[in-house]
Design a protein around this ligand. Structure first.
Ligand SMILES: Nc1ncnc2c1ncn2[C@@H]1O[C@H](COP(=O)(O)OP(=O)(O)O)[C@@H](O)[C@H]1O
Ligand SMILES: [Mg+2]
Length: 289
């Protein structure tokens, strides 16, 4: 598999901002806010709305080559954060830059650097992975043979049998479909990858395949990755640093060891999460949203 950055990426990557320690900042999020209007009563003709903030003033930086985890229960704002970072939602306030490019102002350039994988991936279910991926490749302006070779090698790497490449997607398990979604995101060789709950709802084998692929992306392909999850062991296994998110706010950030230490000697990451947020991750994390 080749994951060399496209020419646009190389141009953007040549003048990368750095943090105080001199390391390259791949992702810079400052005071990001995204709210939704929710109906909160009133009448049919005169409904009353309240504004609720799904992402409420989030600030963080991710260094080049890092796997950064955003860990929180359902409804804590993970997907909204990812969508606002990937140009799908316009932030109400704050800003997001990717290698110095602003996601709102420089949207077209950012889209070439970054891709997102989420559970709501849309596919033509009656078509095969091959047909779906070739269709996307066309939208990306990628030559069909390049796309096919790249997609097939990603899928094989993820443990998908080649035969499945030619069969209708609707006959596939959730795990296999998720692997196709990941292969599609990698058609463009993104240098920044946003993985929104990439393993939620997957069988143990697929979960493992996806987790190993994530580690390989960082180690072999120099990708910078944000990964959301409500799975504590996954966050510990994959992430260089983790942020705890609760009700749209980051309540703590650090390496797994640093976060454990916040809860005290001998405490687990889960203990730290409960102590800092007052929420139990496992309990609320059963559904697939
Ligand atoms: N399109 C939307 N319209 C209205 N409310 C939304 C929308 N998307 C998310 N929300 C609300 O924002 C909050 C955070 O949701 P989300 O970002 O999906 O959390 P998570 O991914 O952590 O489960 C929830 O209260 C959810 O109901
Ligand atoms: Mg979500």
């Amino acid at each position: 598999m080749t994951l060399n950055a496209p020419p646009e990426a190389s141009a953007a990557l040549s003048s990368v901002p750095r943090d105080l320690t001199g390391r390259e900042v791949a992702i810079d999020v400052q005071q990001l806010v995204k709210g939704f209007r929710k109906k909160s009563g009133g009448t049919l003709l005169r409904p009353r709305f309240t504004e609720s903030r799904a992402v409420d003033g989030v600030t963080f930086q991710v260094r080049r080559g890092e796997i950064y985890g955003v860990l929180g229960p359902n409804g804590s704002g993970k997907s909204t954060l990812i969508r606002a970072m990937s140009t799908l939602l316009i932030p109400d306030a704050g800003r997001v830059s990717i290698f110095g490019l602003d996601v709102v102002r420089d949207e077209a350039q950012v889209r070439r650097l970054l891709n997102r994988v989420s559970v709501d991936a849309a596919f033509y279910k009656k078509l095969s992975p091959r047909e779906n991926l070739l269709y996307s490749a066309q939208l990306y302006g990628l030559a069909p043979h390049v796309a096919e070779e790249r997609a097939l090698s990603t899928l094989k790497r993820l443990g998908l049998k080649e035969k499945a490449f030619y069969e209708p997607l609707e006959e596939m398990s959730r795990g296999m479909q998720q692997k196709v979604a990941i292969a599609r995101a990698f058609l463009t060789s993104p240098v920044v990858v946003l993985l929104d709950e990439p393993t939620t709802g997957l069988d143990p084998k697929s979960r493992r395949d996806v987790q190993e692929f994530v580690l390989e992306l960082r180690d072999v392909h120099d990708a910078t990755i944000i990964l959301t999850t409500h799975d504590m062991p996954e966050a510990e296994r994959l992430c260089d640093r983790i942020a705890f998110i609760s009700s749209g706010k980051f309540v703590a950030e650090g390496t797994p060891d640093e976060l454990r230490a916040l809860a005290g000697p001998g405490k687990s990451l889960e203990d730290a999460f409960i102590e800092l947020t007052g929420e139990d991750l496992a309990e609320k994390g059963e559904e697939d949203t």
